[in-house]
Write a protein that binds this ligand. Structure first.
Ligand code: ADP
Length: 304
């Protein structure tokens, strides 16, 4: 196992920011770590990287305890913190050499810095001051920093936050590339990101782990409604479908197509067939729509 977490907890004052979570991540897996703001993602990641110590519980990264030997853990882990702290007055290459120096890479420093510049696509920016870079490129510098020690485990805290759609695609490609050979745990608010990159999802809410599964299992098990996309021959009055008991919502998709959400215990297909007959309409098509990860996330993290 690359990451082993057992009853990990952090208390700030009276609040359990992370409330006794347990999970394992095998080598080579790319795991999405989801949760609303304030759920405890960053705090968990900081404990895993040895930057803060747990109040209770244990965590091991590559078999090394984060509490007993946090220095060794930091050597094994690449960490991109949420705020991506960088020295804006330093030049890209100068900064990356500085980072390499922290890892005692000796003679390899020069080649390692060049490799990281290439891997993260910083060739054209390497002689610029970090402060002069766009947010996307600053993020690449953060990624280069996190990868400098050739870590087996990468912990990325919201790596695409604040980037524009093109930059997001680029960083996503980079992470997918990097994730082929490494264990990656990344936090994000973007569901497509998780669907595109992660084989597994951990969802945390108010410090507690509320889901740990593959995306398809989560969609199957936690979707608390069924959805059908249907096409009628003629237009329908939506209020009539809405009036069917058990129907939750009807969306007009145009072209006599509708998306209908209903409670899971309703035989929706039969009801719609009968509805078509009763209104002298014809049901031309119907297909099941998978619950989106977003609706699963919302139902698992609805607070209050
Ligand atoms: P997330 O990363 O999911 O947004 P955090 O791990 O940053 O959540 O925070 C979890 C909870 O712990 C929040 O309620 C936050 O206010 C609190 N918290 C985080 N760091 C500190 C700190 N240094 N002192 C006090 N409370 C903190």
């Amino acid at each position: 196992m690359s990451i082993e977490v057992e009853g990990l907890a952090k208390k700030y004052g009276d609040q359990w920011a992370v409330d006794h979570v347990s999970f394992d991540v095998p080598a080579g897996q790319v795991v999405g770590f989801l949760g609303p703001n304030g759920a405890g993602k960053s705090t968990t990641m900081k404990m895993l990287t040895g930057y803060i110590s747990p109040t209770q519980g244990s965590a091991k990264v590559c078999g090394i305890s984060v509490t007993d030997d946090s220095l060794s853990v930091r050597k094994q882990v690449g960490y991109l913190p949420e705020s991506n702290p960088l020295y804006y007055d330093m030049y890209v290459k100068e900064y990356l050499r500085f980072v390499a120096g922290l890892y005692d890479l000796d003679k390899q420093t020069k080649s390692r810095v060049s490799e990281m510049i290439e891997l993260t696509g910083l060739q054209l920016e390497q002689h610029k001051k970090i402060g002069a870079l766009s947010k996307g490129y600053k993020q690449r510098v953060g990624m280069a920093q996190a990868l400098m020690n050739n870590p087996k485990v990468l912990i990325l805290d919201e790596p695409t936050s604040g980037l524009d759609p093109n930059q997001i695609t680029e960083i996503r490609k980079l992470i997918t590339n990097i994730g082929r050979e490494r264990t990656v745990m990344l936090s994000t608010h973007i569901m497509q990101e998780v669907e595109a990159m992660c084989s597994r999802v951990l969802i945390i809410n108010r410090g507690r782990l509320v889901a740990d599964d593959s995306i398809s299992n989560l969609q199957r098990q936690h979707g608390n409604k069924q959805s059908l996309q249907v096409k009628f021959k003629n237009g329908v009055d939506i209020s009539h479908i809405n009036a069917i008991e058990g129907v939750i919502e009807v969306d007009d998709l145009g072209g006599y197509r509708y998306r209908i959400d209903a409670k899971t215990d309703l035989n929706l297909q039969e009801k719609l067939f009968n509805f078509a007959v009763e209104t002298s309409n014809v049901l031309l098509e119907q297909k099941e729509v998978e619950q989106s990860l977003e609706s699963v996330f919302k139902s698992l993290t609805r607070n209050g």
